[in-house]
Design a protein around this ligand. Structure first.
Ligand code: AMP
Ligand code: ZN
Length: 108
């Protein structure tokens, strides 16, 4: 993993962060610049730069990200009303941090 990856630093605890979810494979924390009343980032511990680099072995990981998003939507009381799950891919897709992550946004 590149040692300049900000999300790897967050995951390793090098940048103090309140985790809303954390297990061996997935972590979640609040977006530093929220674009919605609830704006959470869900990311794998494994450093994968973009969805373009996803391998067959990673498919379970992507499923787990969706499952964590679902749980956090319920926990933050936005599940019933509805929310967006967004993965930006590459610069043209709006990706700024090259460690895959899913945006959970809602609460409007
Ligand atoms: P993306 O454009 O999909 O790569 O999204 C990157 C997101 O990471 C943006 O919404 C940023 O606000 C967010 N972000 C950047 N640095 C941090 C940080 N240190 N802690 C939490 N969120 C961050
Ligand atoms: Zn990383």
């Amino acid at each position: 993993m590149p040692n300049d990856c900000i999300f790897c630093k967050i995951i390793k605890g090098e940048i103090p962060t309140d985790f809303l979810y954390k297990d061996k494979e997935i972590v979640a924390f609040k977006d530093i610049n929220p674009q919605a009343p609830v704006h959470i980032l869900i990311t794998p511990v494994k450093h994968i730069p973009t969805i373009n680099e996803i391998q067959d072995d990673d498919l379970q990981l992507v499923g787990k990200m969706v499952n964590v998003a679902k749980k956090l939507a319920k926990k933050t009381n936005i599940a019933q009303k509805g929310y967006k799950l967004i993965i930006n891919v590459e610069k043209g897709g709006g990706q700024e941090i090259f460690h895959i992550h899913m945006h959970l946004m809602g609460g409007w």
